[in-house]
Design a protein around this ligand. Structure first.
Ligand code: URA
Length: 210
């Protein structure tokens, strides 16, 4: 059984995360760092994708060269902050199909409310990677994964920038079959459901809203 949580502690990821955490980091820099980090995270989350070989002719000779085998990928952005991770992922996997699940967090109850869902067909035949930068209470991730399973997904992974222990535990409780990959596991949630130390509201940081 794979680890439920994999922390991607590559030095470049850690370095960029630190810069993103700084409250002085401006929106444009934050976005650029997020794009770079998501490419690195994608590299790690796809490490075990199966390969096959195909015949190619190089200018010198023919060879059997490796190429990705098996299921096609679907990347599902949990709106809105998921889009910040998605951009960099698509640079690395341009052929992936993309879907969106719109969840906002009711600030009183901290419960997720779905307002949009559009996903690629045949999710049951794809490796599905759900992306949300902040795994906080886990409520929206759990609800989004519920939705994706309803739509047929049966091979799922979750990618985030920062995770809180509470969110990881909740995901493990409800969706133990969905491994989580994160740039860091932070200390805790505060009373408003924000990850501490965290980086603030990821959507606000990447889009310059407050
Ligand atoms: N969502 C965010 O953007 N930040 C947090 O700290 C928690 C949830």
């Amino acid at each position: 059984m794979k680890e439920h949580l994999t922390v991607i502690d590559h030095p470049l990821v850690q370095h960029k995360l630190t810069l993103m955490r700084r409250k002085e980091t401006p929106t444009s820099t934050f976005r650029q760092l997020l794009r770079e980090t998501s490419m690195l995270l994608t590299y790690e989350i796809t490490q075990d994708l199966p390969l096959t070989t195909m015949n190619v002719d190089t200018p010198l000779c023919g060879m059997q060269a490796p190429i990705l085998d098996g299921k096609k990928l679907a990347l599902i952005s949990i709106l809105r902050a998921g889009n910040g991770l998605l951009d960099g992922m698509l640079e690395v996997i341009p052929a992936a199909r993309v879907g969106f699940v719109g969840m906002y967090r009711d600030e009183e109850t901290l419960e997720p409310v779905e307002y949009y869902c559009k996903v690629p067909p045949e999710l049951d035949k794809r490796l599905v990677i759900a992306v949300d930068p902040m795994l906080a209470t886990g409520n929206s991730s759990v609800a989004a994964i519920d939705r994706l399973k309803e739509a047929g997904a049966n091979d799922l992974r979750m990618l985030c920038l920062l995770a809180a222990p509470e969110g990881v535990a909740r995901m493990k409780d409800v969706h133990p079959d969905v491994p989580i990959f994160a740039g860091a596991l932070d200390e805790k949630l505060n009373e408003r459901g924000y990850i501490v130390p965290g980086l603030g509201d990821a959507g606000d940081r990447m889009y310059g809203t407050t």
